[in-house]
Design a protein. Structure first.
Lengths: 717, 501
């Protein structure tokens, strides 16, 4: 049984996910975390020795840093410049890099997109380490001097960040988890990979080599090796913190997870098997590792939201079987006897069947009720087909999955397992006893255009049997499932994307046939392609045209959809770089309006802030005057002073509410701008994409709006 | 043949005769209300009347000091913060270099801020400002600035010259020629920071965020409103456009307010790289070192200042003070004489000269100097001179004279804590225990940050057997001066005695 080597009660609340550890003087690690009232505390135990064993030390070696704003992220790390670690603190509007040792700012930056999450380290080919902040749809990296060396946009609000050598080329890639359920991998500012999960990704943690762990807001924790998922588990609690640490001393780091219930567990990174468990009194706030006792060994340090800190050292390799404090041999024995039980049951089943069939053969032709035995004809097959149900006034459009047996055998129940389509990822259909038949329809509503594997398990048997055979089938739902051929005359959309590819028309036709659910395959006419689809979600048309010379035109009003079509098509055709001309008059109008609104909100915000600062100055002077009156015993004036103060304070609170609304609105607008840029980026592939995004950034920075529109349209400046 | 009135007004402006200048402009404007030149000149004349140097003349108000939420660290490492006096490196002990009433070592040069320390409580803050004889504003946004603004308003019987709330700031922001003088008028004369800020924001937008001057003005407004981070941003951006000494100084001031003295020094050093030998920047560094109680570095930088400008009064005075308190009165005397040569002729200087002469054993000169000091003295500084004469009398053993002198010092300023303390010591020697106790208690109340009256009171109480009072007083003394050996010794004795009870 592994016990903590030290336990501390810090007496400070710790905000979850806002814990870090840094060596601010270059040698001694200090636990740093966000606490209540816009403060960050730094715990430096080395002004006095930390007592060993399980002795709880009551200490006073905590220093508080005033941030005066809600702290949304903290991270400590080397930013270059000196040996000392720099503390980087993010708030909803600013980013501060602070030298704790010297009480000096390294830099202070306004970040209008907000800072949701922070990480510090070397990214890709950039020469110096960066402090990377993930905000609303944007990523920003600052170097030691506060210059933003790195900027790009993502699909939604960033909620987790990690640096990890994903490709194994010796350079770090940036892993970004966002609220649209995607983990994206950025190599410098180019997105090289994208993995879709089923919920917002709250944590990412590099393990080793190209393996990393992730946690979702629905309580899932899992491990990826490059883009393949090794394992995942789901809990009703939420994973708050992830950390990689070699707890059993076998030389391979385990995945340490801290849960909202206060549980801490360590899992084998390959299998997900739990090798150690412990419980804290309150929810875990963060897990870090550092040499906290200055004895040369790195400890695993777990913090709870109540300010309890526990440190663990790895156990020696001999004792490693025994981290859980249970007898492994007994555990094994129980497992094995369970297995034996199961096998015996199965064997009995087979014996029964055998007996019946023998008696059937001996009695010869007596019609024994086969169905009781769960025997089905050997040639029974399960057939599945997918087709689009365009829906009607009362029925939502959906993809209909029909499952049928090849003979009269009925389907008792169907279990479909598919990620991200059903709530809880699994869908079970079991018709009423009376309406059993040999076929079954399941409606599927894919929320997004994304190819999904449907793992279907069907229970097949006769009507009366009590035992069923399980058929397992995997069927892929094509990416653009919820689209049908446009019925009748097409109303041409006003927006379009045009580009040129060096491919034969037939290849594109092949791609369409694979990625859309069509009743009959389409074909090129006279070497030209002209096909119109209708999106069943929005009932808007999508027109794809291709001429013999390789010019492709996509017509749709949905910029997102156009981007997805282009991305999917280029992946299929293995096109690595593509420049396109995009014309989206509706979106551009929107963008224009948003930009005007952003300007307005900015100036209004500025005015409100000035007013507030003025008021707070007044409040201060009123407090001093009232106190002065109190000290001199002039109660009448004191009363008056405090009355005025009360009124002013109420005004200030009202002003604050207005300012808050203004800020949220501004934030939404900025998010929309980022999203439009991201969509426009999605219309391009490869280096054209990243160069377009960075030139958009330049245009916004220099507030050159006309060139922004040009860049979005042409892809270059 | 009369002179063109506008030309005359310009000439008057140049000769700093602002009253006359603005009168002529008023007449011109009566004839033609749209005369931009006259309007502009009048605004400038009115502004010049109340213009104060933003960088030099700035004192933190009581409210800012007390309700400070701008500094980052609450418990900073010693030597990295201006908050706690007496935490510096190489600082002289209070035993050698006396403290000002606010707990900082005496500086050689009085300027806004040298009197200040960060008081612990509201009571302390209000009392020390009432007794220290400083005119400390309640907040830096109100206080002095409002006073200056309203004083000049009285001279305009028919209301203010420009009605700021009615101005169309957007229109004025477009006209760069008018906007700058209008801004200065609103900022200095009207002291209406919010409108000034709006004008500056629109004007800087009108010139595509290219004009460094507007950025500095924006920063000034933000600074006045207490939005130091915004101020910092504007100043940095301004420095990117155009490097100016003023901007560097202002930025350093912002960092001082954020309680990041080391960053401020860094900024000033960066400024010096560009403007080699700029004494204003060097002085800024020296002042911060001094405020951090890092006297050796401060003196080093002051010497650098003298290398570039050998008539820099502040540097000479500070170096002289440092020499005096490090037991080199002869050297200090040379510096003070240099000041005298340069034409500084006031009580403080003669007082210092007198002290230096005394400690350098030039007794004949010492008394002459004190006489000169007394003859020049005003009500504010007479007490100090008498106190120093009393000190000299004490040293030569003339207790009767020194008693008289301390009494005179109290007559001049009945809040002179040092005199109370010394009177207490004299009474104690005479054996008037009760009298002595009263003096010590008064001194304790007046100057909470002085350790001497506390220690003396503790000693007295211990002698008469009041161990409890003695114990609490000696603890206060150690709080003000943690390394004071005698206090520690007394505390140890008290512990033994209390344990014996």
């Amino acid at each position: 049984m592994l016990v903590p080597i030290f336990t501390l009660k810090l007496g400070q609340k710790i905000h979850s996910r806002r814990v870090t550890i840094g060596k601010y003087d270059g040698q001694r690690p200090c636990l740093t975390a966000a606490t209540t009232a816009g403060k960050v505390f730094v715990h430096n135990p080395h002004s006095q020795a930390v007592e060993g064993g399980r002795v709880t030390t009551v200490n006073t070696d905590i220093s508080l840093l005033n941030i005066n704003q809600q702290v949304s992220a903290v991270c400590a790390g080397q930013l270059g410049g000196s040996e000392n670690d720099v503390l980087v603190v993010g708030t909803p509007t600013t980013l501060l890099a602070y030298n704790v040792q010297d009480n000096t700012d390294v830099f202070y930056k306004d970040v209008p997109d907000g800072v949701n999450v922070l990480t510090v380290g070397q990214l890709g080919t950039t020469s110096s380490p960066l402090a990377i902040a993930g905000g609303n749809c944007s990523l920003q990296g600052f170097d030691y001097e506060g210059n933003d060396q790195f900027w790009t946009v993502t699909g939604d609000n960033v909620c987790s960040l990690a640096l990890c050598d994903f490709t194994g080329d010796g350079q770090n890639e940036l892993l970004v988890g966002s609220e649209d359920f995607d983990i994206r991998v950025f190599k410098d500012d180019e997105m090289i990979n994208e993995m879709t999960e089923t919920e917002a990704i709250t944590c990412i943690c590099p393990l080793y080599c190209n393996r990393f762990a992730y946690a979702l807001s629905n309580g899932t924790v899992g491990v990826y090796e490059k883009s393949n998922r090794l394992w995942r588990i789901k809990s009703k609690n939420q994973a708050i913190a992830l950390c990689s640490y070699d707890l059993n001393g076998d030389g391979v780091p385990e995945l340490i997870t801290g849960w909202s219930s206060g549980k801490i567990d360590a899992r084998n990174d390959k299998t997900g098997e739990v090798i150690f468990k412990d419980n804290m009194a309150a929810s875990v706030a963060g897990i870090v590792k550092g040499d906290y006792r200055l004895d040369g060994k790195e400890e695993l340090i777990c913090c709870s939201v109540d300010g309890e800190v526990r440190g663990y050292l790895p156990s020696s390799p001999q004792a490693s079987d025994n981290l859980m404090g249970v007898d492994i041999a007994q555990e094994m024995l129980r497992d094995l006897s369970q297995k034996r039980q199961n096998l015996l049951l199965e064997l009995k089943n087979y014996e029964e069947n055998m007996k019946v069939s023998q008696s059937m053969q001996s009695s010869g032709g007596v019609d024994v009720d086969q169905s009781k035995l769960g025997i089905i004809p050997a040639n029974t097959q399960l057939q599945t087909s997918l087709h689009v149900n365009p829906g009607s006034e009362h029925v939502l459009p959906s993809v209909e999955l029909s499952i049928a047996t090849s003979n009269e055998m009925i389907i008792r129940a169907v279990m479909i397992f598919a990620e991200g389509i059903f709530d809880g990822e699994c869908h079970v259909v079991h018709p009423l006893q009376t309406s059993l038949s040999n076929s079954l329809q399941v409606s599927i509503f894919p929320p997004r255009d994304y190819p999904v594997d449907l793992h279907i398990k069907a229970f097949v048997g006769t009507k009366t049997s009590s035992q069923f055979h399980v058929f397992e089938i995997t069927r892929q739902l094509p990416r653009f499932a919820l689209y049908t051929l446009y019925p009748g005359e097409v109303l041409e959309p006003s927006s379009s994307v045009e580009f040129h590819i060096n491919e034969r028309v037939n290849r594109v036709v092949l791609w369409i046939n694979q990625n859309f659910l069509l009743l009959e395959e389409i074909e090129a006419v006279n070497g030209q392609l002209d096909v119109a689809f209708q999106s069943l979600r929005t009932h808007t048309p999508l027109v794809i045209r291709m001429q013999q010379n390789g010019n492709v035109t996509l017509k749709t009003d949905d910029m997102d959809l156009a981007g997805e079509v282009i991305q999917a098509m280029t992946t299929f055709l293995k096109i690595e770089e593509l420049q396109t001309t995009a014309d989206f008059p509706i979106q551009m109008d929107d963008l224009n309006n948003i930009l005007v609104k952003v300007d307005e909100l900015h100036s209004a915000g500025q005015k409100l802030t000035a007013e507030m600062a003025d008021h707070s100055n007044l409040i201060r002077s009123l407090v001093v005057r009232a106190e002065d009156a109190r000290l001199m015993g002039d109660m009448k004036n004191m009363r008056r002073g405090y009355m005025e103060l009360y009124d002013l304070n109420r005004d200030l609170v009202n002003g604050y509410k207005i300012r808050c609304n203004n800020h949220t609105e501004l934030l939404n607008c900025l998010k929309m701008v980022n999203q439009i840029i991201q969509r426009a980026g999605n219309l391009r592939v490869g280096k054209h994409k990243s160069s377009m995004i960075s030139s958009c950034r330049q245009a916004i920075k220099s507030s050159n709006m006309s060139s922004l529109f040009k860049i979005i349209k042409a892809g270059v400046q | 043949m009369t002179m063109d009135p506008l030309f005359l007004a310009l000439s008057l402006f140049r000769r700093r005769k602002f009253e006359e200048c603005s009168e002529i402009c008023t007449q011109l404007l009566k004839k033609n209300p749209y005369d931009q030149a006259a309007w502009c000149l009048k605004t400038r004349a009115l502004t010049e009347q109340v213009y104060v140097d933003e960088i030099e003349v700035d004192e933190e108000g009581i409210a800012e000091v007390l309700m400070d939420d701008n500094s980052m660290a609450q418990l900073p490492r010693p030597g990295t913060s201006l908050k706690k006096p007496g935490t510096g490196i190489g600082a002289p002990t209070p035993g050698v270099r006396p403290m000002s009433q606010s707990g900082r070592p005496l500086s050689g040069f009085v300027r806004p801020g040298t009197q200040s320390a960060r008081p612990g409580t509201m009571e302390q803050a209000l009392r020390s400002s009432r007794t220290a004889g400083t005119a400390r504003p309640v907040t830096s946004a109100s206080g002095r600035f409002v006073r200056l603004g309203t004083a000049s308003m009285l001279s305009q019987p028919d209301g203010p010259f420009i009605n700021v709330p009615k101005l169309n700031l957007v229109k004025y922001a477009q006209r760069q020629n008018l906007a700058k003088s209008l801004f200065e008028y609103i900022f200095h004369q009207e002291n209406d920071v919010r409108n000034a800020l709006e004008l500056a924001a629109r004007a800087t937008e009108a010139c595509n965020f290219k004009d460094w001057w507007w950025k500095v003005q924006l920063a000034k407004c933000y600074y006045r409103l207490g939005m130091f981070r915004d101020s910092e941003k504007q100043l940095k951006s301004s420095l990117r456009d155009q490097e100016m000494v003023d901007t560097y100084l202002y930025l350093a001031k912002v960092y001082v307010r954020l309680d990041q003295p080391l960053t401020a020094i860094e900024i000033l050093k960066k400024g010096i790289e560009k403007f080699t030998g700029e004494t204003a920047l060097l002085t800024g560094i020296a002042r911060i070192h001094e405020a951090l109680n890092n006297m050796s570095d401060a003196v080093q930088v002051y010497k650098d200042v003298l290398h570039y400008d050998n008539t820099h009064v502040e540097s000479i005075a500070c170096i002289a003070t440092q020499h005096f308190y490090t037991d080199q009165p002869e050297v200090a005397l040379r510096y003070f004489r240099r000041l005298l040569q340069m034409g500084v002729y006031n009580t403080e200087l003669f007082n210092n000269l007198g002290l230096c002469c005394f400690y350098a054993q030039q007794y004949d000169m010492a008394l002459n100097c004190f006489e000169r000091a007394l003859s020049l003295s005003t009500d504010e500084n007479m007490a100090d001179v008498w106190y120093n004469i009393g000190q000299v009398a004490l040293r030569i053993g003339d207790l009767a004279l020194s008693y008289q002198c301390f009494r005179l010092a109290l007559a001049a300023d009945n809040n002179h804590a040092e005199s109370y303390n010394n009177l207490g010591v004299l009474e104690f020697r005479k054996g008037n225990i009760d009298q002595a106790r009263v003096f010590f208690q008064t001194a304790q109340n007046l100057a909470a940050l002085m350790y001497e009256p506390n220690f003396n009171y503790a000693l007295l109480s211990q002698k008469v057997g009041d161990l409890q009072s003695s114990f609490s007083a000696v603890n206060k003394s150690l709080e003000a001066f943690p390394e004071h050996w005698d206090s520690k010794d007394l505390l140890r004795q008290l512990r033994v005695e209390l344990a014996a009870l």
